[in-house]
Design a protein around this ligand. Structure first.
Ligand SMILES: [Zn+2]
Length: 532
């Protein structure tokens, strides 16, 4: 287990800065220091108030042998009020200089907060540019749930993952999902290694024994979805039938095991477009590192990261996140179920349309406590409501994924397949490239089906403590002949069950094959799914 760098003592500069900032509030200038944190109940220090980041330009250099990162982050932002000072989040690393609009700025650090005091106060609505030069050995961040993120050392390089708080380990920023921005990265590594990130490649150049790789992210991205993979990779390029570029980077050790599943990315994207609407970004792909390089897969934008070759179910899950999580991003970490419920339900839909279990059967098995091999995993489903995780250690808990997916299935039961299909697309379209919270979602559902009563779905399934009463089979369920009895559904999988309207059941080579998830999405005590 790696040790984290001990927290830094409050530097003299920071102490002076904080004093000055407080004094400035009473000086009648109207400008005051932007608060650290945006008020997220689960991560109070995450993000910062008083400005909106538009673009991150990151110029990085990394030497795996020396375990040393150098960086220049140029952050283009707009003040949302008059500011005498503002905070950025940065964990570890040494700050060398900070400028605001080219002028040297005073700065100080306390924990993850980098406080910047520009020479002149920033006026509300004014655009400004903060440039931070920094270097050092980047830290691995241990989450409240015990998983590791931030900067992860790999056999041949490094892997940066950021959900929920790890991206501050490699660049300063407004590290909260509520503030999305575009990105440009230039990453210089020893010749022979590659640097792979989000978005699209924008050139590479070798000078002497160093190669610089450029990446451009043109659609808004939350900082937790930024990734950087440095090492030796086999690169794959393809194009979907719809013309979307697919870029994959695979550790050579995983190349053979990954080949077949990664070849299905165009097929999965096409299926997801039929189900969820137009793909929200300019490229797709995947990064496959070795098992153990990370403890989980993550839906990093454009290009999910997998520690080892994924199964088809996990690939479907992470690609579905491009719509739900990456394009429609949770406004706070409490809204995490809006990511995971949809990605989990995407797997259920995929199975349903490929001759495996219907979503109804999966729902029934979960309700009966027979879905997971371990009894405690089945019981964990009812340990808290999906929209109200008890604390930061549980935002990736079992109810957030599977009970959240059960909430979506209850909505489908209430409105019927045609309206549910429209709702999946409509929700993705309504908040495309934006952020949304649980209240937005329930309001959207109610607006979409004004004649239906969702009271029990929200009160019992979304916000309620404990196990809800078994839902009575409505007309939708009776029509399919499913879910009618009080006992668990123990029959064989219903091959060829109807899919959502407008979707072609794909059948094909994998019909009937088990979809065992051998890798887990970002999780707390994530149970292994049973063989389908
Ligand atoms: Zn997920």
């Amino acid at each position: 287990m790696r040790l984290r760098r001990p927290p830094r003592a409050l530097s003299l500069t920071a102490a002076v800065l904080l004093t000055v900032s407080v004094a400035a509030c009473g000086e009648g200038s109207g400008a005051s220091a932007g608060r650290s944190g945006v008020g997220d109940r689960y991560f109070p220090k995450a993000g910062n108030e008083g400005y909106d980041v538009l673009h991150y330009a990151l110029d990085l250099g990394y030497d795996p042998g020396a375990y040393y990162l150098t960086g220049t982050a140029t952050i283009t932002a707009r003040a949302t009020r008059d500011l005498s000072a503002l905070n950025l989040d940065l964990e570890g690393l040494d700050v060398e200089t900070v400028t605001v609009d080219g002028a040297t700025a005073r700065w100080g650090r306390a924990g993850q907060e980098l406080t910047v005091r520009p020479r002149d106060a920033l006026r509300r609505d004014a655009g400004f540019r903060v440039t931070v030069r920094y270097s050092g050995a980047p830290v691995t961040v241990t989450d409240p749930d015990g998983s590791e993120e931030g900067w992860l050392r790999t056999a041949d390089g490094a892997l940066a993952l950021g959900e929920p708080a790890g991206s501050m380990a490699w660049f300063p920023g407004n590290h909260h999902p509520s503030d999305k921005a575009t990105y440009g990265l230039a990453v210089t590594v020893p010749k022979g290694l590659r640097a792979v990130s989000n978005g699209e490649p924008a050139g590479e150049e070798t000078k002497g024994d160093r190669t610089t790789y450029r990446w451009r992210v043109g659609e808004p991205m939350a900082t937790y979805l930024a990734t950087l993979a440095i090492g030796r990779y086999d690169i794959g390029r393809a194009t979907t039938a719809g013309g979307l570029p697919v870029y994959t980077a695979v550790d050579p050790e995983q190349a053979e095991a990954s080949r077949a599943v990664l070849a299905r990315i165009p097929e999965v994207v096409a299926w997801a477009e039929r189900t969820f609407g137009p793909y929200p970004f300019s490229s797709a792909g995947a990064i496959v590192d070795r098992p153990g390089d990370a403890g989980y897969a993550l839906e990093t934008q454009n290009r999910p990261v997998f520690p080892g070759a994924p199964g088809i179910g996990l690939l479907v899950h992470e690609i579905a996140h491009q719509w739900y999580g990456n394009s429609v991003t949770p406004r706070t970490w409490r809204d995490m179920w809006l990511n995971e419920a949809f990605a989990t339900y995407a797997e259920w839909l995929w199975n349903e349309e490929h001759g495996r279990d219907t979503a109804q059967r999966t729902f029934d098995a979960l309700y009966a406590g027979e879905y997971f091999p371990a009894a405690e995993s089945n019981e964990a489903l009812w340990s808290f409501p999906p929209a109200e995780p008890p604390d930061a250690a549980h935002i990736s808990g079992v109810p957030v994924y599977w009970r959240g997916a059960m909430v979506l299935h209850r909505i489908r039961q209430t409105v019927g397949d045609t309206a549910f299909s429209a709702l999946l697309r409509g929700w993705a379209q309504e908040h495309r490239h934006g952020t949304a919270d649980t209240g937005d979602f329930t309001a959207y559902v109610e607006k979409s089906a004004p004649d239906e009563d969702f009271g029990a779905v929200w009160e019992d399934w979304l916000y309620g403590e404990g196990k809800p009463r078994r839902p009575r089979a409505g007309p939708w369920v009776r029509a399919l002949g499913l879910g009618s009895g009080p006992g668990p559904c123990a029959g064989p999988a219903r091959a060829g069950a109807p899919g959502l309207p407008g979707l072609r059941p794909a059948g094909g080579s994998d019909a009937g094959a088990g979809v065992r998830q051998t890798l887990t999405p970002k999780s707390w005590a994530m149970p292994t799914r049973p063989e389908a």
